[in-house]
Design a protein around this ligand. Structure first.
Ligand SMILES: [Zn+2]
Length: 430
């Protein structure tokens, strides 16, 4: 997809990677135009109480995508920017911490593409490191649960790193250690499209013909063992149900879904059904409920039909990528796709909290968290970017969650998992 990348000024060497960020930028622009909850009367005492809680708790968003040009003048998070998450927006919305995500899109599994995937990952790691090196008095990289506590006490913002798509290791398990050394602390096994580690919840028609491994491959099983040994959290978001259940079963440490929603409320393959949620909780893990419109809500049938018709018109199979469209056609496609959001509005913070409520009732408040997927298609009415993060806490408070529960949902649970994963890794080294 070189055409799309060059259209957006990215380097040609990244041309093989599907441009999720294209989608993200387009969506961000649209969501920015949506009405927000800012009209809430500021003197409402319940709002003030919620905002006070929001300031006291660690607010950790487990999934923030970054573009390949992150930390270039076009996408500098240290300045007010078009990014949904930058440092000024984090401060404005009271978002203390974010997992910045090293994502590469799935392509066909050739030696050349393995190299490209690794280069893509290295580019994003370098950009995140550059962010914390450029703004050391504002944000610091946390490499452990203890780091999070220490940095939080210093008053600085926090960056953590997650990996999305095990394709970044190709078939080389040794690369896990390398990425862990670079600071990554969770590892998403797959993305859209199967890879060498396991099956995806969303096979891609131009890559996949039905299930490939029926869950984890032997290499995927090896990867889970190594992730446990290194102190890496295993992340099942985007994995098929079989892959997820097998990873949860095999892992000696708690597993997370870094950005997924509840299947019972919106039964799509990308969400977690009750059985998976329960298995995740039994292992001590956490589902990070994500502010992603189409995962939260099946929406009106007419909107889905219109989206499908549009995809057909442009010959696009994969709702997460744009296929091989030339740049002008891709831009036109996105303009028309976004226009549909103006006819049928995106969902809102209330529905996000409906999913949180459901998961809390099903598996308990110790096993639920929050993610945005900003930069990767996330963003809903009321939480369009990091500057509106306080709206999530307001809705949680409105539904009766205590400060203690809000603290768990907003990062306490995830920190517990990270500490637990570290402990299990340490023991395995003894
Ligand atoms: Zn994702």
């Amino acid at each position: 997809m070189s055409e799309i990348s060059s259209h957006h000024g990215a380097r040609a060497s990244r041309s093989r990677l599907p441009s999720k960020r294209f989608l993200a930028t387009a969506f961000a622009t649209l969501v920015a135009a949506a009405p927000t909850a800012r009209g809430d009367p500021a003197d409402d005492p319940s709002t003030a109480a919620a905002d006070a809680i929001h300031k006291r708790v660690l607010t950790l968003d487990t999934h923030v995508d970054i573009p390949f040009e992150f930390m270039s003048p076009q996408a500098d998070p240290g300045k007010p920017s078009k990014l949904q998450v930058d440092l000024p927006k984090m401060r404005e919305g009271g978002l203390s911490a974010a997992f910045f995500v090293v994502y590469v899109g799935q392509t066909s599994r050739t030696a050349e593409n393995y190299v490209q995937a690794r280069l893509g990952a290295e580019t994003k790691f370098a950009a995140i490191h550059k962010m914390v090196e450029t703004y050391p008095d504002q944000i610091e990289l946390a490499r452990s649960a203890a780091d999070v506590t220490r940095i939080r006490a210093s008053g600085k913002l926090l960056a953590l790193i997650g990996i999305e798509n095990g394709f970044v290791i190709g078939k080389d398990i040794n690369l896990l250690r390398h990425y862990h050394d670079l600071g990554a602390r969770y590892f998403g096994l797959v993305h859209a499209g199967h890879n060498d580690l396991g099956d995806s919840a969303n096979p891609v028609s131009w890559l996949d013909k039905g299930p490939e491994h029926n869950g984890l491959s032997p290499l995927g099983r090896q990867a889970v063992v190594e992730l446990n040994r290194l102190g890496f959290i295993v992340d099942i978001s985007h994995a098929s149900k079989e892959t997820s259940m097998q990873a949860i079963e095999l892992s000696r440490a708690p597993v997370i879904a870094s950005h997924s929603d509840v299947g019972a409320l919106n039964p799509i393959a990308r969400n977690l059904d009750d059985e998976t949620l329960e298995a995740l909780a039994r292992k001590g893990g956490v589902v990070q409920i994500v502010a992603f419109d189409s995962y939260l809500w099946v929406g009106v049938v007419a909107k889905h039909k219109a989206q499908e018709a549009l995809r057909r018109e442009y010959g696009i199979d994969d709702p997460f990528a744009v296929g091989n469209l030339p740049p002008d056609k891709a831009a036109e496609y996105f303009r028309r796709l976004l226009a549909l959001d103006q006819v049928w509005a995106r969902t809102d913070v209330k529905r996000l909290v409906d999913h949180i409520d459901y998961a809390v009732k099903k598996i308990g408040v110790d096993h639920v968290g929050i993610a945005s997927d900003f930069g990767g298609g996330g963003g809903i009415v009321g939480w369009k970017d990091a500057s509106e993060t306080y709206n999530v806490t307001r809705e949680l408070a409105r539904r009766g969650y205590s400060e203690g529960d809000i603290a768990k949902l907003w990062g306490g649970n995830l920190l517990r998992v990270l500490a637990n994963v570290e402990e299990i890794a340490e023991k395995s080294r003894d």
